[in-house]
Design a protein. Structure first.
Length: 291
């Protein structure tokens, strides 16, 4: 199968190109631009290619009943207080946009509703992400696609039939499909990394991985299985409050993730068995019978 490539910013995504590594800040900023900037710094320092946020129009995405539910947080006593407290507005995103440009790293967002897509159109983001929760939202898929930018489609909590339907709406041009399991954090038996191979056989667009596991091993294995994109949540401190913190990587973990993924192509090699020059003196030293 000839696999299509996708260009995001100045990076080409696809087979034969370096893995595109996304540090998802998401809502781990806990409503603080200063904290978001610290995580941007971590992503830059460790060598990530992009950072990602989440954008919602709270009163559209959630029902009045859901927002009224009791939920204690630093923002108040209801779920609505929390959801609104975690949302950045235009001033905050202008500051983030300027900061990312100054630091030389791409940023974009997963938009959970059409209004949020329109909001993000104010910024020169290079692509959009469709969150796993939005995969079955046909209208949002069509609206996001209408903006003409590359799309990354996350596939957590979705059946193959639902994924095929979403892809039929989006088309495979300018699309990256991400294998994902929507548990936070994910257990070993929920990883099912060979789905990456399943996707690679069925779809002609680049295939990636969005992970919510503890540690870095599954994400590195995903790259070895052909993931052209790897996305992981990041945080300053996994003990911070927030639903995504436990499934996130701190700076040391992110450093090891990026390092190991970058080494993966060299570790895999080209499959041709050869005798390396550094092995020659070992032959002289150890072989009793030389071939």
């Amino acid at each position: 199968m000839v696999r299509k490539c996708v260009k995001i910013g100045n990076r080409v995504i696809g087979d034969g190109y370096p893995c595109f590594i996304i540090a998802e800040i998401g809502i781990n900023h806990n409503g603080s631009v200063a904290l978001a900037k610290k995580m941007i710094d971590i992503a830059v320092t460790t060598g990530c290619d992009a950072v990602k946020f989440q954008k919602r129009t709270v009163d559209i995405v959630y029902t009045k009943e859901e927002l009224a539910k009791e939920r204690r947080s630093v923002f108040g006593n209801t779920n609505g207080d929390l959801k609104r407290g975690l949302e950045f507005g235009e001033d905050e995103y202008k500051e983030i946009d300027e900061y990312c440009k100054r630091k030389g790293i791409m940023w974009f967002a997963s938009c959970w509703d059409e209004n949020s897509v329109d909001f993000m159109e104010k910024f020169d983001i290079p692509c959009y992400k469709i969150a796993s929760a939005s995969l079955t939202d046909d209208n949002l898929l069509r609206y996001t696609r209408s903006k003409g930018k590359p799309i990354l489609l996350s596939t957590g909590m979705s059946t193959m039939e639902e994924i095929r339907h979403a892809v039929s709406i989006l088309g495979e041009d300018n699309l990256v499909i991400l294998h994902c399991t929507s548990t936070y954090p994910s257990n070993t038996e929920e990883m099912n990394l060979r789905v990456i191979e399943t996707f690679r056989k069925e779809f002609s667009c680049p295939i990636g991985y969005s992970g919510h596991e503890r540690g870095v091993t599954p994400s590195v294995l995903a790259a070895a299985l052909g993931a052209a994109v790897v996305e992981r949540h990041i945080t300053i401190d996994r003990t911070n409050w927030g639903s995504d913190q436990a499934a996130s990587l701190e700076m040391a973990g992110l450093y090891h993730l990026v390092r190991d993924i970058r080494q993966t192509p060299a570790l895999l090699g080209d499959g041709v068995k050869v005798v390396y020059p550094r092995e020659l003196p070992i032959i002289e030293k150890l072989r009793r019978v030389k071939g």
